[in-house]
Design a protein around this ligand. Sequence first.
Ligand code: SAH
Length: 345
Amino acid sequence: MLDIKSLSVDELKNALKEIGEKPFRAAQLYDWMHNKRVGSITEMSNISKELKQKLQQQFSFVSLKLLLEQVSKEDDTKKFLFELPDGNTVETVWMKYKHGNSVCISSQVGCRMGCKFCASTLGGLVRSLQAGEMLEQIYEVMRITGERVDNIVVMGIGEPFDNYDNLLRFIRRLTEEGGYHLSARSITVSTCGIVENIKRFAAEGLPITLALSLHATTDEKRKEIMPIAFKYSLAQLEEAMGYYFEQTGRRITLEYALIGGVNDTEEEANQLASIAYKLHAHVNLIPVNPVKERGFTQPEKERILAFQSRLKKKGAKATIRREMGRDIDGACGQLRRKQAIEGVL
Ligand code: SAH
């Protein structure tokens, strides 16, 4: 069934015409879904009972079931485990920063990218999310918290560029007038580096922040920890990211998970600084979140700080990501996995 929340007003008009309904209803429906953000078709009070029934028969109207909410004792981070209409689960994280509220959403159920340090990919890809399922993670978190969301990061479970069309629909619905109307500048999309889609994204005319999960400074090392590196070289990635920067003028972020004894040498800091310099990028260092099945550990604190100061000495802007909500399985994919294996519920 067609995901009704993924449709633009014009597409809704056509869809309504096809089922013999008046196209002017499209704007009303859109307003209920994306501006008032009701949780169900039943709540649309100026829509007749007959039309509601017809909509329920013809379209899928995604709603999520909250299975679990974990609240960090260390900060205001909240992690939600949501059940999708087909019974699959995804994680969504809510973070409060001084500069506003952020939500980190999932773009797929599982992931097929196979990064060695990541929990989300352990069970492979189950399926991609529809746009409505991505939107609902945000809408539902706003309903639960009663607060507005200022920033969105697509950094949860899944590879957003492995679900390109739905990702784009999600971004269009979220940013267009008449709906939540979030500025594209407040959205960050994180990718392991699917070159064709980085280029495609550059041409969409959206000033979105792109974060590249780099994690290694040579092709050899990257291949050891990220299978995607067999498909695209660092040179190809640099070229695509450079093009993204040229097209959008948006500063790129390079994510670098620091793994003890794997990618934390001074030489690697130097190489990373030169990549960042070439790409006008900001470096975000993430001390690796240990995943039980993976056996990777964080470098010592001093080594992390030394890595950062080396980068700075070489002229790169580098921050160390605050590890929010670690006590609540902050790293993506860990809660969903725990539920699947141990049945945390
Ligand atoms: N597939 C996308 C987005 C999801 S992962 C991507 O690869 O960018 C979000 C970020 O968390 C990525 O940079 C990813 O490499 C990183 N990440 C995954 N597992 C991690 C872990 N155990 N510790 C630290 N960072 C991790």
